[in-house]
Design a protein around this ligand. Sequence first.
Ligand SMILES: CC(=O)N[C@@H]([C@@H](O)[C@H](O)[C@H](O)CO)[C@@H](O)CC(=O)C(=O)O
Length: 308
Amino acid sequence: MTPRKKVKGLVAATITPMTPDGKINLPVIGHYVDYLVNEQNVKNVFVNGTTGEGLSLSIQERKQLAEEWVSQGKDKLDHVIIHVGALNLPECQELARHAAAIGAGGIAVIAPFFFKPTNKDELVAFLQKVALEAPEVPFYYYHIPPLTGVKIRVEELLDGIKAQIPTFQGVKFSDTDLLDLAQCINKNETGEFEFLYGVDEQLLGALAIGANGAVGSTYNYLGRQTNLMLQAFAKPDFALAQQYQFLIGEFLNFVIKLGFGVAQTKAVMTFVSGIPMGPPRLPLVDASSEFIAKAKAKLDSIVWPDGN
Ligand SMILES: CC(=O)N[C@@H]([C@@H](O)[C@H](O)[C@H](O)CO)[C@@H](O)CC(=O)C(=O)O
């Protein structure tokens, strides 16, 4: 596999735009790419994940979305990572082959969560079979135990992983267990792997522990502010970085209390960006107009340290 530039900084977990009648809305994606790059300064995307309702889409839809993101992102985005996880191996493998064929910059796989792997060996055996279908594409394990219920510790998974999955590139770590993350980073002495953190409200803690970057839903519409937090952290100006994290947390704490998930993320992105993200797909249902009004008022009330 040819070495490529490592993923650093923010990765937007993309939303899947849908038409009012629930079909995927591909023509919006070109504008979406420009918005991320120009307005949010976010140049990496993670497609068909949780925020993208990947597990609620058909295989055909997932392929169309992957193709559109890769083609619209050409010469604009640094990395397009496609999530190819599914509940069954053949579909994961088909999506991995497809991602490789269209030139995706990386693939990621969630643990299957109906019949679940019960230990590290079972999980790695599954991931390995998917990775083998895309032997030239960097591979990420997508660790999100709050949704999959698969709690196998990542630090255990790392032992010997490169021998089993030669394309292994890193982990999208969407869990609050910072002890596990810290152990992973401690094991990654040579820095060969990337650890991309996925709990946006506590990213600063993960950065302090050594996360290389972050994948999340809020970078679609709070990418600019989160980038300023990363800059303050790198400077280092920890007091300023904390101010950003506290304000991001203030918004998320507010919306989480109202009930916050992918449907609400679609609504927030629509009012912030002006790009119509449309409704979510069942079983998710639209955010209420009350939620939208309150979330908008809250976001508008926040004065960011840079005065914007
Ligand atoms: C459970 C969940 O959806 N987590 C989000 C976070 O970005 C989350 O929306 C954010 O931290 C707000 O709670 C990401 O980790 C998911 C993600 O990156 C994805 O869409 O694949």
